[in-house]
Design a protein around this ligand. Sequence first.
Ligand SMILES: Cc1cc2nc3c(=O)[nH]c(=O)nc-3n(C[C@H](O)[C@H](O)[C@H](O)COP(=O)(O)OP(=O)(O)OC[C@H]3O[C@@H](n4cnc5c(N)ncnc54)[C@H](O)[C@@H]3O)c2cc1C
Length: 565
Amino acid sequence: MPRRAARDTTVVVLGAGINGAALARELVLSGVGVVLVDAGDLACGATAWSTRLVHGGLRYLEYGEVGLVRESLAERDRLVRLAPHLVAPLEFYLPMRTRAGGLAAAAARLVGCEALAKRWRPAAGRGSIAVGIGLTLYDALASGAGWPRHRAVRPGGAGLPTVDARAFPYAAVYADAQMLFPERFTVELAVDARRSAAAQGTPFTLLTHASLAREPDGSLGISNALDSLGVRPAAVINATGAWVDRTRAELVPGDTRTLIGGTKGSHLLLDSRPLREALGARGVYAEADDGRPVFVLPFGPRLVLVGTTDLPFHGDPATARADDREIAYLLAAVARLFPHVPPGRSSLVQHYCGVRPLPAADSAMPASVTRRHMLVRHAEAPEPTWSIVGGKLTTCRSLAEQAAREVLATLGLPVAGSSRERPLPGSLAPEARGACVAEAAAALVAAGVDAARAAIAAAHIVALFGCRGPEACRAAAPDVPPLVAGTDLPTAVVGFCVREEWAATLDDLVERRLMLLFAMPLSRPTLAALATELARLGRLPAERVAAEVERVANVLHDRYGKQVT
Ligand SMILES: Cc1cc2nc3c(=O)[nH]c(=O)nc-3n(C[C@H](O)[C@H](O)[C@H](O)COP(=O)(O)OP(=O)(O)OC[C@H]3O[C@@H](n4cnc5c(N)ncnc54)[C@H](O)[C@@H]3O)c2cc1C
């Protein structure tokens, strides 16, 4: 492989999850050259294994995290405005068993007495008074216009989730937001970084599936199957999430601090029509029997997403899996809320599990560990080097802004640009959606798709790619079927993801570009059609197509319990 000089490169960001990608974009916006590196694919860590909510974090108020909640609520508002195709408001129904429960425990927690709060934890969960106080404060901290204030509601009311009203006679409704596909959000952050770099003449390189090594001359050697760089960075940011300590040990062996005390959280995807209908258009935010928050969320028109657990985890984050006890715990929590439509194991179509990159703490209560992010400097490193600890999807942009400010100040550079009011590349207002779908459909009809299927495929693509949808549908090769077998996806979109979005493998396409991971059903012929297209594009040797399909089917089964039919 020829070794490409990257003399203009200034900052190396390790980890292309939502935080690393947001930081790379923020630095590029200030005219700084960036090499963004991931050992796997974009967003292949906690970003993809989260509850997918963009929220202020109502629960954090009990821990006195008012600043974090205010910041998160401001970011919630901003993300809905700047990425409306990927982040949409969602109302939550909060069922409660009592009126007065939880006041003493909340007061103890607020003054930092976690042990007392634990002892006083109300067996029946927080009551409507404690929750009402929290929601009133939540409303007061929200800065954006157009968010409805919370309201107490009568269980069983029209349009509300049909949670057991006898067991939960009190309820409130409030609003937050859902980012259905943080994977796609992260990809768009990287696309925007590249776009902004091109506009300014600033170098930006993203290497996925890459490895990193310190060379004898002190430079960093970064390579993947397609590229190889030698970089002398002005600064290095370790944004590898739950892998931060592992990366730090390689990068700065002299610094032996433990920064991350990760906990694993599992989610279930349920395919139960009665449960989906019982949920309706709102999410349910309730307490499990042990007081942990449980979300039951609409996930598209058919599925229900349930999460999550919170268990200390010390292994390689890539090996975390939802285990039988967690699955039983989450199913039981849903059954308590919806006893008339209890989900059985048979409705479980897949699951996923991720490790939260939480700051290391002594607390025996993982839920009480701060969700605040921090930037930790490693004085022993040969170049200015930091690790990012913590963070949420919701605060990825503000984290990036704060981190970029510190890095730029250290490098003696000004903050010359900001993402504050910068839409993501696919940003598409709901009122412009119809015209965009029509344009994408016209491109598909021109490629030979019949009008009815073209309309369905175009709507699907615009939901994933926003205003970039029509572009993703164009340029189909004349000699390939216009739609991927067994799907409503244009074949042209595969080339678009390879050319424009760094998709390198079949798993990248399935899990983090086309979101087929959540397709019901996902078939081997579909995987084979995608792999064949990758081979046609020169990204996979033709003789490896069948083996690649088998490999990815096994990965989906092992990691998500998903059956490929
Ligand atoms: C169960 C769970 C539920 C959550 N729910 C929510 C929620 O609803 N809302 C919310 O706002 N937040 C939520 N979060 C938090 C949020 O998902 C994470 O804080 C966030 O995704 C972290 O992003 P990241 O980029 O820091 O890390 P990651 O997304 O984990 O990215 C780290 C990246 O580093 C890469 N990497 C690892 N080692 C190396 C190396 N040596 N070199 C290069 N790259 C490397 C990995 O491949 C990975 O892509 C949740 C988290 C979990 C686990």
